[in-house]
Structures are given as C-alpha cells and as structure tokens.
Design a protein. Structure first.
Length: 117
C-alpha cells in the first residue's frame, strides 16, 4: 500500500475518536444547561407557590377577623356563616397558619347560633 494511504488509515481512528468525544462533550454540556434551567424554573415555581400560600393565609386570616368583628357586634352567627368560618379556619391551618386565629375562632364558636338567618 501507498504510504499516504497508510498514514490516512492510521489517522481516521484518531479523528473519529475526537469527533465522538466532542459530540459527547456537547451533549453533556447541553444536559447540564438544561438541568440548570430546570432547577431555576423549579425554584421560581416554589417561590410563587409560597407567595400564593402566604396570600391565601392572609386572606383567610383577614376574613375570619372581619367575620368575628361583625358577628360579635351582631351578637350571633348564623349556621351558614358558621360553616363558612369553619371552612376558612380549616383552610387557614392547612396553609400553615399559626394558632393566633384559633383564639378568634374559639370566640366565634362561643357566639350563639341562629338557623336560617
């Protein structure tokens, strides 16, 4: 065989190995970038969920406090309003609310109940 062909045939495996290595490097780099982007998106979603939970907790807390002031002034709570307050109270605690509202809810529970009002 010609020396040029022998040299060419001996270089081909080195070129192929380099090309395959480069392709694997690019694939690995792409996957790393995608994972970093996924982690960033997951962190943003977690922050948004925490903010949403905090907002819902604050709304439940505010509504329970408003309800208590209204029912205390009125002197009673209707059964329908009491059900609504109970659902809000349970949601508040499910969202991680603390025990401060428990005392307020206990005061709502202590008010007289009236049906159909």
């Amino acid at each position: 065989m010609d020396d040029t062909i022998k040299i060419f045939l001996s270089i081909i495996p080195a070129i192929a190995t380099g090309a395959i290595g480069y392709i694997f490097y690019k694939i690995k780099r792409h996957n790393e970038r995608r994972e970093a982007a996924d982690e960033k998106r997951a962190a943003a979603i977690l922050l948004r969920e925490e903010a949403t939970g905090a907002a819902l907790r604050a709304l439940c807390r505010d509504r329970i406090l408003q309800g208590y002031r209204y029912y205390r002034q009125r002197g009673y709570v209707s059964t329908q309003d009491f059900e609504s307050m109970t659902k809000l109270y349970n949601a508040y605690h499910s969202l991680g609310g603390n025990g401060t509202i428990s005392a307020v809810f206990d005061k709502i529970c202590a008010l007289p109940l009236k049906d159909g009002v």
